[in-house]
Design a protein around this ligand. Sequence first.
Ligand SMILES: CC(C)(COP(=O)(O)OP(=O)(O)OC[C@H]1O[C@@H](n2cnc3c(N)ncnc32)[C@H](O[C@H]2O[C@H](COP(=O)(O)OP(=O)(O)OP(=O)(O)O)[C@@H](O)[C@H]2O)[C@@H]1O)[C@@H](O)C(=O)NCCC(=O)NCCS
Ligand SMILES: Nc1ncnc2[nH]cnc12
Length: 286
Amino acid sequence: MTMQPQLSEQRAERLAVQLAERASMALIDEARLTPKPGLVDGRGSGAHQDLTLALMELSARSLQPTFHALALHSWQRPADIALRQRVGQLGRAGEAQMMAATNGVNTHRGAIWALGLLVSAVAMLDGEATAEAVCRTAAALASLPDDRAPRSFSKGLRATQRYRVPGAREEAQQAFPHIRQLALPQLRRSRAAGATEEQARLDALMAIMTSLSDTCVLSRSGLTGLQAMQQGAQRVLDHGGCGTLPGRQALARLDAEMLSMNASPGGAADLLAATLFLDGICLLTH
Ligand SMILES: CC(C)(COP(=O)(O)OP(=O)(O)OC[C@H]1O[C@@H](n2cnc3c(N)ncnc32)[C@H](O[C@H]2O[C@H](COP(=O)(O)OP(=O)(O)OP(=O)(O)O)[C@@H](O)[C@H]2O)[C@@H]1O)[C@@H](O)C(=O)NCCC(=O)NCCS
Ligand SMILES: Nc1ncnc2[nH]cnc12
């Protein structure tokens, strides 16, 4: 039975409001989570000179209308060029909005990309799908060309070309393997093992950091920094994770090491926020 147009519009609007709130809240939860190595958190600015927790929260709130618009425009739409172009346009407008809110500081560019695609994908699937299906739908959208995108050169592109590694674009085009295969399973394993919610989220961040080629880390501290990040995160998990004293001690050592290298895993932080978003909307992988 087809729904009356008015009811259908109301449902789309309700879903858009919910998704926008949850995406923005996931960014705030990520920013507040403490202690994160090299990143902005409840203790301070980590390895950053121009970022604070207050600025990250302001930025997260400024993005709510962007996520709302992405959800509304994507509702029950297929992954095609027209939607890809519209999502690209809304994403770039969101970046401009973020820059205006933060006085020109890049707080969440990578997060707008990942969360923007995931919000769109949930709306495309009518709000009812598994995390796996959402990530695959987001990947289909991310893999389409956006001819209207300006040809600009970014730090991320420079790092992926110099070190021949995948970056934010590829992570999305491959359906977010760091979320599906590492972060979500770790989050659930740590909870099941009795870790607190904070500790489980920190473990999920560690799981991402064990393998991500984070172009923020590469740009700031090269391959040495990336190896330190991946090996240090693996040590935290090998010691039993943040729910154990040895795990927390390994995390403190990793934090000191990242700070000494001026390294900050901003890409991993974005993917943790995306993980919390997917987890929060109860789209369980099977
Ligand atoms: C596809 C885009 C994300 C552009 O990607 P590209 O790699 O070309 O560009 P960057 O501008 O470098 O942004 C990539 C950001 O993605 C995050 N990231 C890094 N590595 C990965 C990874 N392996 N997987 C996933 N995500 C990753 C990361 O974002 C975080 O870091 C940001 C701070 O970065 P930066 O300013 O470089 O950092 P600082 O060290 O602080 O700088 P200094 O102090 O040293 O000056 C912060 O924003 C975090 O979010 C990377 O930065 C995408 O933007 C795009 O193409 N958009 C077009 C619009 C569109 O189509 N949108 C559709 C969906 S809405
Ligand atoms: N907590 C955080 N600190 C620094 N950069 C980030 N990018 C996304 N989240 C971040």
